[in-house]
Design a protein around this ligand. Structure first.
Ligand SMILES: Nc1ncnc2c1ncn2[C@@H]1O[C@H](COP(=O)(O)OP(=O)(O)OP(=O)(O)O)[C@@H](O)[C@H]1O
Ligand SMILES: [Mg+2]
Length: 257
């Protein structure tokens, strides 16, 4: 099978908000089975691109394909059911629920379709092992399982978000700034974790932390002002004068983001 047909692709995709063009005629494919890094200055259109790929926004122009099929007009739920799952730049944890309950919601959603919701019935019996397995995979200690998610330290909250995404068993995982706001120690842990979760999947990760991208991604996509500036291997991309201008020119703004 053609690799491109097994992955995710944008064909001449434009997204305007009123008169403002956030994503400008982007053609891009993500063949299955690799880790891709998306970089670019603040406002380059990275999150908008994720919203388009996951169906939360519809393109003004152009098409989206998954495994060669046109998914342009599918709902976010239908796209998620196809195995394309995103995490959010802003936290998606329900702080009024326990750690385990946060994982049950996407498990139920996966099994039932539509939105997950908690029944008092014995989901623990049905999903208990799966929950434990997911917590193990994202390295959340078992003693956190039935405690309120709001009490988790920041690094473990981000791990829980990965667990929530993983519960849907995605075949393509979109991660928007998974290390944002983390300490250096947590960044190292989460980077390693993402590398592990990527086995057998396609991962597309937006990151301002170039060290994370350099460690993880086989291929880098650079966006600037809604346009595709370039794509390629990290070592080639980082030497590209256009990338240095576009990206490093605004580094001061990212450094403390
Ligand atoms: N719903 C919206 N309505 C209007 N403008 C929007 C909307 N969403 C995004 N934009 C604008 O589109 C541009 C791209 O935003 P986007 O969030 O995709 O950037 P980004 O690359 O993710 O930036 P950051 O690195 O800061 O997260 C920005 O100028 C933003 O203000
Ligand atoms: Mg963003």
């Amino acid at each position: 099978m053609e690799p491109a047909s097994t992955g995710l692709a944008l064909e001449s995709v434009t997204k305007s908000f009123g008169g403002f063009i956030a994503v400008n005629d982007v053609t891009l494919s993500f063949p299955a089975g690799a880790i891709y890094g998306i970089i670019g200055p603040n406002g380059a259109g990275k999150t908008t691109l994720f919203n388009l790929l996951s169906g939360f926004l519809k393109p003004t122009k152009g098409r989206l394909r998954h495994r060669g099929q046109d998914i342009t007009h599918l709902s976010p739920e239908a796209i998620a059911r196809r195995g394309v799952v995103r995490s959010f730049q802003i936290t998606s944890i329900f702080s009024n629920l326990t750690v385990a309950e946060n994982i049950v919601l996407p498990l139920q959603r996966r099994d039932r379709g539509g939105t997950g919701f908690l029944r008092k019935s014995n989901w623990g019996k049905r999903y208990g092992e799966e929950i434990d397995d997911i917590l193990r995979r994202v390295h959340i200690p078992a003693e956190w399982r039935d405690r309120g998610a709001s009490a988790l330290p920041y690094g473990l909250k981000r791990s829980l978000e990965l667990g929530i995404s993983l519960a849907a068993n995605p075949d393509i995982l979109l991660l928007d700034e998974p290390t944002a706001g983390m300490t250096v120690r947590d960044i190292v842990k989460v980077t390693e974790l993402i590398g592990q979760l990527a086995a057998g999947r396609t991962v597309i990760v937006v990151e301002h932390n170039l060290g994370v991208i350099a460690d993880l991604a086989q291929e880098i996509v650079v966006l600037q002002q809604g346009q595709l500036l370039t794509r390629g291997r990290y070592d080639d991309v980082r030497r590209d004068p256009r990338v240095i201008d576009a990206y490093l020119g605004t580094k001061g703004r990212h450094a403390h983001a």
